[in-house]
Structures are given as structure tokens and as C-alpha cells.
Design a protein around this ligand. Structure first.
Ligand code: PMP
Length: 391
């Protein structure tokens, strides 16, 4: 039977990693894979995580099963950072740990389907796995254009989509640092979006995978908090894999806000059921390390400092790119207004290939670049290469 299976197309970014590794040019630049890099091109373990791991090794006294909800201390400790001082919205928010933000999105889509959602509206381009998850869970995917050609958010369309939504519709939005465009809504636009949701039938599904990497932890939560303040119910998918540098340890959480406190139990029981059937329980280590950090003021300070260093470095790279202004046929100014790890350059397939062949610069076929792959030592070469392939 298994010989009936047709091969799936390989993950393009993973293929790019292999090509990059095989390239022996000393000045090669990797703008493909979505991880933070220092000025030296490294993706180190956070010092705060190292301290927390040391404490865990010394003090953890059991590895016995927890449950599908995972480490509830971790889930609760994150909540003030995401939701603010009234972190449960008067007892209406509860969460569970998931295997990364991917697990949270998967669970959110599955529980939305179980609750009667039949279509999910989402701006494109988006993180490719969003569409793959929707297809795998078998739910109708209704795309709309996330961005305008001038590198700003297409606010009119998202407002229209939310206003036109019917019972059975959900709208999935990125909380901050949009992947892949880096184009976020302004606070004024979030206010409009929250107002639109307030009188819409749509269920908001909010995916926040880069909190703290845009303008700051509080600033990056503006949109989510605004929407949660305006709607009766919502799902929030969270990843710690970027803002704690935990990528392979798979640290995430899914939060649900119910109409009232009593409404939480049936939703959580469905989430537990779906999690049990999918992965039984999430991996413990990374979430436990995050919990240790958030319960210790010195470690929390060390984490916040590291996050700030990352954010400021990416902002400097963006400022440098924006300062280059017109480069060949490209206008790099909008990159200075965009946020997070990614932006998309409007390059043709040929230009992307030429950057790889002639300049050893590797980026996704969509033109997405990882801003953190650039630093003082390679940014001038990158701008020069863009000029060369677009002039
Ligand atoms: N949502 C978005 C928008 C993402 O870009 C990503 C991945 N980087 C995720 C969710 C999943 O994150 P994780 O690596 O924690 O599964």
C-alpha cells in the first residue's frame, strides 16, 4: 500500500541550507533560514537559558509525565508578557503548552474546526506552514493580499474581510513581525481591526511568534491586546523559539479567551483531547527552562537584555538598508519601517539565482531575506550585489 504514495516536494528552505553548506566561497551570505544571528553570524544559546538549564539539571527531581497541557507554570508565567497586567482578562484566558508555535497553530486550527469554523481567512504571503496546516486539517483557506506594492499593510482589505465574515469564518493574523514581509499594522490600524472584529462574526486566531523582536515586548503585544479587549473569544498561538532562541527545543503555547470563565472548561477539554491524539504531551525541557527564567528576576533581566540586543541589532541593519534608498531598481526605504527577522525584496527568480551564482548570496525563492543574516562585515557587499543584479 505504501508504494502508492507520491513524493511531496521537498522543503525549499531546507534544500537551500544544503546548497549554502556546500558552497566554499569564503564571503558567502546566508539570508535563508529563519534564525537570529549575531554580528559574527552565530545563533548562540541565550546566557539566560544556559543558567536556567544549569538550575534545571541540578534541581529537577522527576521526569514523570505531566499531561497534555504541559508545564502550566510556564504557560502562566508568560501570560503577563503577552496579555498585560490583567493577564487572564478577568478569568477568561487559559492556555496550554504546545510543541512550538507550530503545535499551537495546528491545535488552534483543529479546535476551530471542531467548534464549527469552516473557512479561515488569512493575508498572503504568509509563513508557508500556515497554508500547509490548513490543508492538512482540511479547512477552507481564503487568502487575501496582506501588503500593498509600496511595502505597507493592506488595511482596507483586512477590514473588509473581517466586516464581511459570517458565522463559521475565522481570520488569522500575525501579532507582530509578519513572516515573511515584516509589514505590521500600525497601532491606529490595530485599533480599526479591533473595532471591525467587535461587530464581526469572525473568530480571531492570532499568531505571535516574534514578540520582542519588533519594537519591544509591550509594543509588539499592542494588536493582540487591543483585539482581545474588543471580542468575546479568540485563540492566541505563541512561540518562544525566537525570543528565547529555543528553536529545536520546540517551546510554544496556545491560549484561548472564552466568552466567560465558565466557557473555558469545555474548550480546554477539547484542546486536551486534540493534543492527546496528536502528541500526547509537549516536550518538557525548553518550556521548563523558560519557566525557570521567568520566575527569577536576575535571569529575567538577562533574558530581556539579550532580547534588546537582538532587536537593536536588527534595527541597525534595517536602518542601514533603508539609508541605501534606491538600489538599482529597488527601493530599500520601506525595510526601515518593517519589523522583525524578515522582509521580502521584489526580485525575479533569475535575479535570486544570479545573487546565488555570482555573489554567493542565498535567499528564499520568494525574495524573503533574513535581516539577521546581515552585519557590518557583509551588508555593503549585499547592497552592491543587489545593485549589480537589478541595474
Ligand atoms: N508562526 C509564524 C508566523 C512563524 O513564522 C513560525 C516559525 N518561525 C511559527 C509560527 C512556528 O514557530 P515554531 O518554530 O515555534 O514552531
Amino acid at each position: 500500500m505504501l508504494d502508492r504514495l507520491q513524493p511531496q516536494s521537498p522543503d525549499a528552505l531546507l534544500a537551500l541550507i544544503k546548497l549554502y553548506a556546500a558552497d566554499d566561497r569564503a564571503d558567502k551570505i546566508d539570508l535563508g533560514v529563519g534564525v537570529y544571528r549575531t554580528n559574527e553570524g552565530d545563533t548562540p544559546v541565550f546566557a539566560a537559558i544556559k543558567s536556567a538549564e544549569a538550575k534545571l539539571v541540578a534541581e529537577q527531581d522527576s521526569k514523570s509525565y505531566l499531561g497534555p497541557e504541559g508545564d502550566t507554570g510556564f504557560v502562566r508565567a508568560l501570560m503577563p508578557y503577552i496579555f498585560g497586567s490583567d493577564a487572564t482578562m478577568g478569568g477568561r484566558i487559559e492556555g496550554m503548552q504546545t510543541p512550538g508555535g507550530t503545535g499551537a497553530v495546528r491545535l488552534a486550527v483543529a479546535v476551530a474546526k471542531q467548534a464549527g469554523v469552516t473557512a479561515i481567512h488569512m493575508g498572503t504571503p504568509s509563513w508557508p506552514n500556515h497554508a500547509q496546516i490548513l490543508s492538512d486539517v482540511v479547512i477552507d483557506f481564503k487568502p487575501f493580499d496582506h501588503a500593498n506594492a509600496d511595502g505597507t499593510a493592506n488595511i482596507d482589505t483586512v477590514l473588509q474581510v473581517i466586516r464581511d465574515a459570517q458565522d463559521g469564518d475565522a481570520v488569522l493574523l500575525h501579532g507582530c513581525c509578519h513572516n515573511p514581509t515584516g509589514i505590521d499594522y500600525s497601532n491606529e490600524q490595530w485599533d480599526q481591526i479591533a473595532d471591525a472584529f467587535a461587530s464581526s462574526a469572525a473568530l480571531p486566531i492570532l499568531d505571535i511568534a516574534y514578540q520582542g523582536l519588533g519594537h519591544g515586548l509591550e509594543e509588539d503585544a499592542y494588536g493582540i491586546r487591543k483585539i482581545l479587549g474588543a471580542v468575546p473569544e479568540a485563540l492566541v498561538c505563541y512561540s518562544c523559539d525566537k525570543n528565547f532562541g529555543m528553536y529545536r527545543d520546540r517551546v510554544g503555547a496556545l491560549y484561548v479567551m472564552a466568552k466567560n470563565g465558565d466557557g473555558l472548561a469545555p474548550i480546554l477539554s477539547n484542546l486536551n483531547f486534540l493534543a492527546r491524539a496528536s502528541w500526547s504531551m509537549p516536550p518538557d525541557h525548553g518550556a521548563a527552562a523558560v519557566r525557570v527564567i521567568l520566575r527569577d528576576s536576575d535571569m529575567t533581566k538577562a533574558w530581556l537584555d539579550e532580547l534588546e540586543t537582538m532587536r537593536e541589532r536588527m534595527r541597525r541593519v534595517r536602518d542601514r538598508l533603508a539609508a541605501a534608498g534606491d538600489v538599482g531598481t529597488l527601493d530599500l526605504r520601506p525595510l526601515g519601517q518593517q519589523n522583525g527577522l524578515f522582509s521580502v525584496l521584489p526580485l525575479s527568480k533569475d535575479q535570486i539565482q544570479q545573487l546565488r551564482d555570482d555573489h554567493a548570496i542565498y535567499m528564499a525563492g520568494s525574495g524573503r531575506i533574513n535581516i539577521a543574516g546581515l552585519h557590518k562585515g557583509n551588508i555593503d557587499k549585499f547592497i552592491g550585489a543587489l545593485e549589480a543584479v537589478t541595474s
